[in-house]
Design a protein around this ligand. Sequence first.
Ligand code: ADP
Ligand code: MG
Length: 378
Amino acid sequence: MSTDAFRRLFGHDPDGEWAAPGRVNLIGEHTDYNDGFVLPIALPHATRVTARRRDDGLLRLHSTRTEGDPVELSVDELAPGGVPGWAVYPASVVWTLRRAGHEVGGADLHIASDVPSGAGLSSSAALECAVALAYRDLHKLDLDVRELALTAQQAENDFVGVPCGIMDQMASMGCEEGSALLLDTRDLTQRQVPFDLAAAGLRLLVIDTRVKHDLADGAYAQLRAGCEQAAALLGLPALRDLPTGSLTAALDRLPPELALLVRHVVTENDRVREVIGLLDAGRLAAVGPVLTAGHASLRDDFRVSCPETDLAVEVAVAAGALGARMTGGGFGGSVIALVPDGGADGVAAEVVAAFAAAGHTAPRIFSATPSAGARRLG
Ligand code: ADP
Ligand code: MG
């Protein structure tokens, strides 16, 4: 526990330490706000919150990523739009718990993280979930994993102002080591699907393109609104309810821009089912081409890729990856590539060389194994 840093900052010992991971989504992108299916794994990278409860209504926040003294807020005065900068994320969780009627007060929170920010690896959900878990324990709240994830999502929706779906928070809270989490985002039913890369002789590379996306900038909200508008035009509760067999007929009834969004969402839900069938059959390597098909759909239909993510996918596949796709909301961020064990270094080197040749910032590349969800550390 980073007790020393905590003591230096706040002048007393913490009550405990909690951690919540970032994630990559294997398949099922932009499906979560369409009531569809997602299949994330938690990363070994996590956000750790060392915390002490306060009963005077003061919320004091420090992150190792920021300079200077802790941010000080009064929990009674928290209001959407009223907290500038990164502190909006932890504050959002406290505000949401209080809105739901939980009588929680302040805390001293020290935040340290190795989840890259704005890289499509969900550092925001990791931060929200670590704070939510700390508050559950500090205030003995009777909230389960699902309720904590929903609290964190509402915090990001209603206080931060990002209309994200439920995937990131459910992944950070509920993933388990060694498995991918199959989540039905309509009713939040889930299944842990064993994802043993080593046994299959495979590695999952994460390529952070270093192109910062900014989900709060409105593009994500527009896509979500477009999907909801298309569902309404088709007379459906959500795009999840459009069967693949009715897709062609449905597309004819929509304006072209909306038709493209719909085609991505419907085919992407199919790709999740296809990947699940392959994983259940123990055919991990066969997942590769489905990932690449998913990328083409995000690039051509949903149009959320960018030159750097497209280049990473193209070069990784040409260099021997079984498949690759951007992961996360898009407009930059990260790419995942499924590669044979012995080929990982070669794929990474080719991607680095291609980025240099194109004049892009050097990407950050690491291997990911399915890791544990949010937990108390001490
Ligand atoms: P992503 O979730 O893909 O990383 P977001 O834009 O949703 O990207 O969230 C990134 C934001 O979350 C950062 O700009 C910062 O405000 C906040 N954040 C995440 N991790 C930390 C941290 N360890 N310390 C301070 N702020 C953080
Ligand atoms: Mg985020």
